[in-house]
Design a protein around this ligand. Sequence first.
Ligand code: PLP
Length: 476
Amino acid sequence: MQFISTRGGMTPAGFTEVLLSGLAPDGGLTVPDALPSLTRETLESWRRLGYAELATEVIGLFATDVPREDLARLTAAAYSPDRFPAPIVPLRPLTRVADGLELVGLSEGPTMAFKDLAMQFLGQAIPYVLAKEGRVLNILGATSGDTGSAAEHAFRGKDNVSVVMLSPHGRMSDVQRAQMYSLDDPNIVNVAVHGVFDDCQNLVKAVNADPEFKARNSVGAVNSINVGRIAAQCVYYVWAWLRATDELDDAERSGAQVDVAVPSGNFGNIYAGHLAREMGVPIRRLILATNENNVLDEFFRTGVYTPRSREDTLATSSPSMDISKASNLERFVFELLGAKEFSRRWPELEARGSLDLSDQQARFESEFGFVSASSTHEERLTAIRLVHTLTGRLIDPHTADGVTVALALMEPGFPTLVLETAKAAKFGATVAEALGGEQAVDEAVQALLDAPQHVTELDNDLDALRSLIEEHALRA
Ligand SMILES: *Cc1c(COP(=O)(O)O)cnc(C)c1O
């Protein structure tokens, strides 16, 4: 498989080449130049594979330049029992809530959020590529919670990667903070910036705007547009369909389709689902769910994409979906329009602050299976309560967004799989609010909260950050 840029200005490159780059050199996003087709026979031949083995098959469709035995070693390490206690991705029926409704457990990893599934693969694949090329990478990121902790847990202890992660001082949940600041590995540097998340992001942008500094200090990123993350996310869509159809007989299986509901922010998770569907995984509809920051829901319902300003982005009870623009959407629009039409119409976004594709809106569902809706804070609380009362299970506010939207849009006869994107314990305060009272904190979480924390405080100051990077950066 070769990757090209949505903006047309990049020589086609293989997986290992685009794995370490963020945006394409022309400012676009990298996309596969063509997708393979998976037949039902191929899917059936994968039914007995364990998660890591399935990951080798699915990621192998993208990483055609990585020798198969190397890829098998990387996935075995990424999805080993010490990182993901079995079962890695369990399916849990919520029949009492609605017939055909199931949760897909994506948050069994070390930081209790779905981002671990992709990041743990990068934690193996990136050091592997760097070692081959005799390079190092100093990852610089800004986090409001889930991405930063997943990255730190994936790269801790690696000898050719360091992580400098900026977080807003005093503004994360206790569990998110403890997951990051409790790490004591020399290659992990937690920086609490005196400011808000936007300040952290602006500092990262300012560093990235200086190519000489970046090159001299081997500065890079592992954000949600990373191709390795997208490839690794495709795996659980295949896994979820296989597990959802395990109990069916051969005749039933051959026609079986599922709907998948995805709590969405940057369009990274659901874009992987879209690729899986395009390759032939029997997904009927992709149900996109947003919170009050509904820029994506608006796009899929009206065809008009209008990124919000920072000031118009609300702080909600599902904070990992609080986005002002959806970084991965450009990839879908490129596929929708084709290269030529894309280059004609995409610049409208820059020029007018909005992109009107309402003439294409009917195709979203008919060709690509996308439907969408959004939830409010009250609806998420109701969903948490409902699921807990009827099944005894706790869900987090992001998953509650998925459940709310799934219940609104699901249709009889089609199993609807809601991706569980975080564990309830990670967002205990909102879960407690929903259930009316203090939530008991489990032992493992309490131990994490009690562990000593390591963090460097920093003023919102670019020079101070540059000095800190120069001091900690690994050198080839
Ligand atoms: C990152 C995240 C999301 C949003 O995923 P995207 O890939 O940005 O659409 C949803 N829920 C949780 C818990 C997350 O951490």
